[in-house]
Design a protein around this ligand. Structure first.
Ligand code: ATP
Ligand code: MG
Length: 443
């Protein structure tokens, strides 16, 4: 992509309305634009990151055995008032009336809807377990939308659901999601901590929140001091094995709690206990028959009797994660993307577009890296060199290649690692071998 044709409205100064580092940086880097309170447009750079995160989550959900589908954003209110939940949900629900005076709502979550779909199609234990998920926008009219996309009113969520014959088999799916979450957050470059949590509005019996530490976090977690510096490893596992020991051993090593320290029940030694602000990025629930009972979602058992199914629901806040990752990865000059979710892998800066040598070298590198499949943003703009460098730092691509008149004559460029700040002068040839995938011919 050429910067001259890329829609990247960066801002020099911090917008006043932004209340966290990530919110400021996302606005300054031209990733998002507020449409109304807690509702954002995703501009090309932000949208690219959102899609990268979404794809990692999708791959891990598929690997864990879930089927992707898509439910609508707008739901009929009947689904909710049949179960006396329409009013219970309170003012967070955005209620809408269509031209025929039908009451509708913008879905804050999809448990009722998925249970309705399940019960219309699955009637026998032979079809279980059933595992479904979707990635869809939700709306919750939050009392205090803030921190940009981290607490929005409209936000993108991955929500998965499972249906099983009893508690034991439901637990198998719960554990699968638990492990899928560890793998997902690990791939996103985040150290997410599973915390035994309150079940909140959705309700349920067994649940874990996945939180990451953040200065501006809205809640707090008690965890082990050791964990802060530990390299968190996920032991090798297979989704088809009994995951209970794997989950238990992980929880034992990295236990955390949200309750104020209680010396009797706290799993963490006092000397190793630390209390820090955190952000919730995911939440998994064993729901039992909370939804299946009132909706009559039953299947026939081997003995011919009907039984209410046991459900689980598993959410990840995808749009919140974009903010959370920026919150975790930045420095005084801007965002510092982890490689796997960076919008582009590298930024190529032509410092002097009027200089023929610079132009030829930049175009050459650009063409070759593009054809080798490298996702690259080339600054071919007429901005001043200082501005170019500042923009590239702000948008935080992992690598920068700087083509300057001084070096281009000798077929040399400067490369910079955005995270370490380390610079190196290397030949144009070497750029190609270093940044293009090894199996591509580059001549
Ligand atoms: P919170 O306690 O932060 O309000 P929640 O417990 O209500 O979240 P869940 O119903 O568990 O949220 O939703 C699953 C995930 O969706 C959360 O873990 C979070 O990552 C994300 N999420 C929830 N509310 C919002 C919001 N207002 N803006 C962005 N993401 C959200
Ligand atoms: Mg929650």
């Amino acid at each position: 992509m050429r910067l001259s044709s890329y829609f990247l409205p960066t801002l020099k100064n911090s917008p006043r309305e932004a209340d966290t580092i990530s919110h400021r940086l996302m606005l300054r880097a031209g990733m998002i634009q507020q449409s109304s309170t807690g509702i954002y447009s995703w501009l090309p750079l932000g949208f690219k990151v959102l899609k990268r995160i979404e794809q990692i989550i999708r791959e891990e959900q598929n690997a864990a055995g879930w089927n992707e589908m898509l439910m609508p954003t707008i739901q009929p209110a009947e689904l909710w008032y049949k179960n006396n939940c329409y009013n219970d949900y309170g003012p967070e629900m955005l209620r809408i009336t269509d031209r025929h005076k039908h009451n509708m709502l913008y879905g804050p979550t999809n448990e009722w809807q998925i249970t309705d779909i399940f019960k219309k199609h699955i009637h026998s234990y032979k079809k279980l377990p059933s595992r479904l998920y979707h990635i869809q926008w939700k709306f919750r009219d939050e009392v205090r939308p803030r921190f940009g996309v981290m607490r929005g009113r409209e936000f993108l969520m991955k929500d998965a659901y499972s249906f099983d014959i009893d508690r034991e088999t439901a637990k198998i799916n719960y554990n699968r999601q638990f492990m899928a979450y560890l793998r997902t957050f690990n791939r996103l470059g985040l150290k997410a901590l599973p915390v035994n949590a309150d079940s909140g509005l959705i309700g349920g019996k067994m649940n874990h929140e996945f939180v990451i530490l953040a200065d501006k976090g809205e809640s707090e977690v008690f965890c082990q001091k050791d964990w802060l510096n530990a390299d968190v490893n996920i032991d090798k596992f297979d989704y088809n094995e009994n995951l209970q020991p794997v989950v238990d051993s992980y929880l034992k090593r990295y236990s955390a709690t949200k309750a104020r320290h209680d010396p009797v029940n706290c799993p963490i030694e006092l000397g190793n206990l630390i209390n820090l602000p955190c952000i919730e990025v995911g939440h998994i629930f064993y729901l039992g028959n909370k939804y299946s009972e009132p909706m009559g979602a039953r299947v026939t058992c081997p003995n011919g009797r009907k039984k209410v199914v046991h459900m689980g629901s598993y959410g990840i806040g995808i749009s919140r994660l974009v903010g959370a990752i920026v919150e975790a990865y930045n420095d005084k000059n801007g965002i510092v993307w982890p490689e796997k979710i960076a919008p582009f892998h590298l930024g190529l800066i032509n410092l002097s577009v009027d200089d023929m040598t610079c132009r030829t070298a930049s175009e050459d590198i650009y063409t070759k890296l593009c054809s080798a499949g490298v996702d690259i943003l080339m600054d071919d703009s007429y901005y001043r060199p200082g501005v170019k460098l500042a923009i590239m730092d702000l948008i935080g691509l992992p690598w920068q290649i700087v083509v300057s008149p001084r070096h281009a004559v000798n077929k040399i460029v400067e490369i910079k690692n955005r995270r370490t700040g380390k610079r190196e002068e290397i030949s144009v040839e070497e750029v190609l071998t270093r940044f293009a995938p090894a199996n591509q011919a580059l001549t």
